[in-house]
Ligand binder design. Structure first.
Ligand SMILES: C[S@@+](CC[C@H](N)C(=O)[O-])C[C@H]1O[C@@H](n2cnc3c(N)ncnc32)[C@H](O)[C@@H]1O
Length: 227
């Protein structure tokens, strides 16, 4: 179901991200790359990397990093590959079709793993965190950017109205697909809140788990280390 959903929206995915978040996803992704602080030679997995937005941002910051994008939906990656060709400078990205629950990599093989707006769609979140722990080297780091919980009641009311009324409508207008965007909004509300999600990351074995709220909790960045 998830694969069909993202295959269906792949053509409009990047433009929809800009429209739905009013461009804010760019600020959040920049914050993620800032916190990651990638260095030359590091091997980095962008899990559920979709159209490669995060991978390309990391490469722009650190052109000598080695980027692998893994995603369940080939159509999303095809879109990313086309975009990488137009922009240029991203030829080194390795694109792999696969499932986060069964990563086709050896133990201890990556320096870092990023997951942006992907993990809430995984059918087994804890299973995928175990997999990331397995493939990271000792000293390796996991960074997750995901929609989260808005604690301010006034902002939450505005945000709820926007999410349930405007986003499905935008999905219908721009991608002719109201239901997929309604599902995406509902999946945000089902996802664990900041502290609960931090506890899940710890359960998978990660240490020094921290998070930062972005835009008052509309999104959050979680970080954990395999040490
Ligand atoms: C909302 S998109 C995020 C794409 C990209 N990370 C970004 O921030 O623009 C979610 C992605 O997760 C992928 N995905 C969902 N379940 C997956 C799984 N089990 N394994 C790998 N990728 C998965 C989807 O195919 C989709 O490309």
């Amino acid at each position: 179901m998830i694969k069909a959903l993202f295959a269906g929206v792949s053509n409009k995915y990047d433009v929809m991200n800009d429209s739905m978040s009013l461009g804010t996803h760019r600020i959040w992704k920049t914050a993620m790359v800032d916190w990651l602080a990638p260095r030359a030679g590091e091997r980095i997995l962008d899990l559920a990397g979709g159209t490669g937005d995060i991978a390309m941002r990391i490469l722009k910051r650190s052109p000598q990093s080695q980027l692998t994008v893994l995603d369940l939906t080939e159509e999303m990656m095809h879109r990313g590959q086309q975009r990488a060709k137009t922009v240029g400078g991203h030829e080194s990205i390795q694109w792999i079709s696969g499932d986060a629950l069964q990563l086709p990599f050896a133990n201890n093989s990556f320096d870092s793993c990023t997951i942006a707006f992907g993990i809430r769609n995984f059918t087994d979140i804890l299973g995928s965190l175990d997999e990331v722990f397995r493939i990271l080297k000792f000293g390796g780091r996991l960074l997750i950017l995901e929609f989260s919980d808005v604690r301010n009641t006034v902002l939450r009311q505005i945000y709820d109205r926007y999410s349930f009324a405007v986003i499905p409508w935008l999905g219908q207008m721009m991608a002719n697909d109201k239901e997929s965007y309604r599902y995406l909004v509902e999946s945000i509300r089902r996802f664990p809140k900041q502290d609960e999600f931090a506890a899940m990351i710890e359960e998978a074995g990660f240490k020094r788990v921290k998070y930062r709220n972005l835009s008052m909790g509309i999104a959050a960045l979680h970080s954990g280390w395999k040490v």
